[in-house]
Ligand binder design. Structure first.
Ligand code: ZN
Length: 110
């Protein structure tokens, strides 16, 4: 079981296909398809559900389009501009548009 930590509430619906964009190749190399979905807040890790990863794609951030982000699990990240803000919140203001990211697509199962 791999734990997908998120610093924002996960807005993916149960039974829906959803995606998240992560800095670097860690999630590209993650072979465990079983995910636990963690909402990290106020110093705690709250497991809010589970999922199954179905597609992992390695990209550079600046090749992503709004269309591809339509199923992002954080609603405010469903545009490239919104996602860039989220990446900088999560990883720091030094996150660059030319960086490699992994687009992880999963089914939320509960
Ligand atoms: Zn967490």
């Amino acid at each position: 079981m791999a734990t997908l930590h998120s610093i924002h509430p996960i807005e993916a619906l149960v039974g829906a296909r959803s995606s998240t964009v992560r800095r670097g190749i860690k999630w590209y190399n993650e072979n465990d398809q079983n995910l636990e979905l963690c909402y990290c807040h106020d110093g705690i890790h709250e497991i809010v559900g589970h999922g199954r990863s179905i597609i992992r794609a390695l990209r550079t951030f600046n090749t992503l389009s709004d269309h591809e982000l339509a199923n992002e699990h954080e609603a405010s990240s469903r545009t490239v501009a919104g996602l860039l803000e989220a990446m900088r919140r999560a990883y720091g203001e030094d996150f660059k548009k030319t960086e490699l990211v992994t687009v992880l697509t999963y089914w939320r199962t509960d």
